[in-house]
Design a protein around this ligand. Sequence first.
Ligand code: OXD
Ligand code: MN
Length: 631
Amino acid sequence: MINTLLKRSGAIGARAYTNVAARDAGAALGNWTSSEKLRSWVEEFVGHMRPERVHLCDGSESEKEFMINGMVRRGTLIPLNPEKRPGSYLARSDVGDVARVEENTYICCENEADAGPTNNWKDPAEMKELMMGLYDGCMEGRTMYVVPYSMGPVGSPLSALGVEITDSPYVVQSMNIMTRMGQAALDQINSSEDGSFVPGVHSIGAPLTDPKAEDSPWPCNADTKYITHYPESRTIMSYGSAYGGNALLGKKCFALRIASTMAKEEGWLAEHMLILGVTNPEGVKKYVAAAFPSACGKTNFAMMMPTLPGWKVECVGDDIAWMRFKEDGKLYAINPEAGFFGVAPGTSDATNPMAMGCMKENTIFTNVAMTEDGDVWWEGMTKDAPSSVSDWLRRDWHADDSKSPAAHPNSRFAAPASQCPIIDEKWDQPEGVPIDAIIFGGRRSDTIPLVYQSRGWNHGTFLGATMGSEMTAAAAGTVGKMRSDPMAMKPFCGYNMADYFQHWIDMGEKTSEEKLPKIFYVNWFRKDAEGKFMWPGFGENSRVLKWVFDRTESNVGAVDTPIGYLPDISKGDLDLDGLDIDSTVVEELFAVDKSTWKSEAQVYRENFKIYGDSLPEAIQNELDALESRLA
Ligand code: OXD
Ligand code: MN
């Protein structure tokens, strides 16, 4: 077979990817890395997974071209019309592989109690044995890609390194967008004293045992999927899925589940938060981090176009924040990612023109519809649907007799962060940005006001701990069902959630009260009796952001209520200038009804029961205090 004899490379001096027959992998690895840990780890899995070829990634343009061409040939990627979407492609997944699979996601630590009541737990040795059984020969007939990457700016003290082994070229090129992938990250691993990196093993679980059989455009394992994490050895093993957070191991698996355990041990925070910079008309700039459950408009908020004159928002990140206190006592954040993996449906020039700007080129779309002229479309992208498109299931779809959406509700775009028209000038800086405010929020059609401020750090931690949201399509499950999602971390905290609350309480003791970020809670999703949203949202959320901004310096008033500080509407604390909204609606948006809140507190009490005695005293005290203020 001529193919196995061929050594392909990008051929630009020493900086070149290597693609060799598996039997030559040992020698190629010796040239590629000086890290003994990396070499022996890859060799072990080459032997066990038995790929036909091994490709050591360098993240170069020539590698990208080589891999994209291969995926186009196999039908995994469809090139979009270069006049409309240059450098962009459409992937359509298998029907059984469309979202994160939380029920198959495990935290495997020695003691079950350390995983806590919100995670699936398995003994690490048992789970590794199961995974190694699944990995046995799982890459036959395929290429194993070895992908070095940095989460965060390469070399930043706030960043961390990872290497993913995968047999999905779609995953590699998505990692190329979503992380700093390639030679620079490998150089860091090679030059670090202990060669330290987080190893992540991934396989789609679809060996090509019959070389004559046709490959599927989206190979995956229809029956078996496992996403497993081993916090004690800081490793990840994933099998069966090629979709998003199941397979791009830098994102949820590393930057949240493993990083949250690293952060607990090392005294920092790894959070499911966007980061934005906001500048007022006087030119004063502050940075805000905000946690919302999946598909609750985080990308929209991170790239908001303020309707308030003179206000400006710039984007640092839309999904994850790593934060540490520095010597000046302030909390600094980086976005560990390098791209946006946003939900497409609902994104439009009206709702998020900046996201639309990000994805003008060099974007990989997954599970959206394709128009007749070779561009993409999804529900909500334009006022009127095109008369016919090819839907995410590759079928003809006609707007006038459509029974199902043309784009999957969890269809996505993966676009480089640097393409965001309002990317913050500091987004890529190793020192990170100072955070003045933290916002929590959920999708709640009732009870929770548009915005309120916590009474301090511990009360703010309590607000995060009590977060709940109506479920969306980002994870497999029942859309619309209410679930408790503390700090939007329920699917992503790599250890016992009660210990995570305690970690937050402890973090609040690392600096003085005035240097701690102020904590707020927002709810854009309150509905009226007819089920219509009461607040216009999107750019109008700048009114809320303005109040938050001014509260961080006590430049605006608030009224003290049993649940926290709210803008005093009668005194004009919330800038509603020029907004066409009924005063009764505004009153309703800020109503704090004691009996409703007593029931709400009761729900918190119920939700906390799963933590038993491990619920931190400080959190229990906050609940008791809320109830006594409501009495
Ligand atoms: C995401 C998620 O993809 O939270 O960001 O599901
Ligand atoms: Mn997310």
